[in-house]
Design a protein around this ligand. Sequence first.
Ligand code: AMP
Length: 545
Amino acid sequence: MLGLMQNQPLLISMLLDFAERHHGDAEIVSRRVEGDIHRYTYKDLAARAKQVANALDALGLQGGDRVASLAWNGYRHMELYFGVPGSGRVLHTLNPRLHPDQMVWIINHAEDKVVCFDMTFLPLVQATHAKCPTVKTWVALCDADKLPADSGIPGLQSYEAWIGAQKADYAWPQFDENTAAAMCYTSGTTGNPKGALYSHRSVVLHAYGGALPDAMGISARDAILPVVPMFHVNAWGLPYVAALTGAKVVYPGPAMDGKSIYELMEAEKVTFAAGVPTIWQMLLTHMQSNGLKFSSLNRTVIGGSACPPAMIDTFRDEFGVDVLHAWGMTETSPLGTVGTLKNKHLKLPKEQQLAIRLKQGRAVFGVDMKIVGDDGKDQPWDGKAYGDLLVRGPWIMDTYFKGQCPLIKDEQGRGWFPTGDVATIDADGFMQITDRSKDVIKSGGEWISSIDIENVAMAHPAVAMAACIGMPHPKWDERPIVAVVKKPGADVTREDLLKFYEGKIAKWQIPDDVVFVEAIPLGATGKMLKTKLREDLKGYKLPGL
Ligand code: AMP
């Protein structure tokens, strides 16, 4: 027997309709590529998203056609976030930090029909557009008078002229909630990138889950600043969470340096921010060297790579800001776990609390997870046993776009997505990543967590960044070494750092060597590229070998 409730599909247009109707005057503030600050409301956003939808209709685009964006975080990008899927097309967010050849590969693989780009990326588009035969329409996200006279890009038009010619009313179509809505390719650090294709249902449910108090805890009383880019996993779903809650949104545009972010946070009374550790490091350094404090920020979600303990401490002790450590991936929309404490943790001494906050957190409702050993059998949730992390749920990917289904079937026939991460889970359900499976260091049959080793180095006041990799060893198979970037003007020796490890981790886990480097290679999403680091250190020999 079926229930007798209304069967309304979960569509992205619902989020926008809700925000317009119930939070029509809530603000969306953006630092523009042009450098100035732009502000308008959800009501304005809705009107312009409808113009986008009409403009796509006018191009004759079919349902499911891909419309790509190559843009910073800002209001025009947000209009595409709603106008493109709302009208039945698929928004494909392109990562401008990828190598141009890789970007071209992705555009061709996705068969994008339209590309909307910020003027920052004009040279990139000029260099690549001829290699993208499926793209029929190029749109520059700018005013008509900012369009260069001769860009060399056939038919290039300005976004303002393009949508300006359209009406601001539009009846959002109703369709199956499993219809494709958005797409994002993985960074492809090994092999070609792979496309995750999100559905309306997965996006809306992810927004519900992300807004929960024990997830990102967003409400209409917040002013949120997504520093995490809209070109990477939908800025962790925050533009959709914002519409679902009516929160004020503040977008940093291209200005991601510590000073610009700090000034924007203060001017707009931001209460919540989200980003990867490298961005927050720049912000904290700026604030510490200028003796600054926050007047409104009270919490920040940090994820994308492991958040060093020193960062959690600094945010809390020096700036009164709670860090929520979170884990996710392109294939998981991305939210998987968030490190919000349980009631029983609140009374714990600071050190013990920090140990819990350092973990990547517990599953958001909707995400089921488990860890399995090499034999595929479940590992216990005791905080010690580690295994490959598998996840399942309504916003976890099933199959790659034009690609394989990587799911692993359990005894009941349910599919689990293998994350490629190695983790522990404790009795309270807090998951902790110890490594990417390909980065795990195996020494004398025991596993060493490269994240643990990096965290210790990062806690040293002279260290700006640290990356740990395994080096071949005839007796132990592999031994860890740590590559370190010093803070400007700081002085620290190899011996100082090795001594710093004593008492902090087991003796046999202490790295065999410290190698000072100018920079750690970073990938297009700001994560450390250990494959590249290994290449850079080709020919390196462990001491004593
Ligand atoms: P991406 O799909 O590019 O977002 O990368 C996802 C991967 O980033 C995950 O599989 C993890 O290896 C890593 N990652 C994400 N969040 C964290 C975190 N909080 N701590 C450690 N690694 C993380």
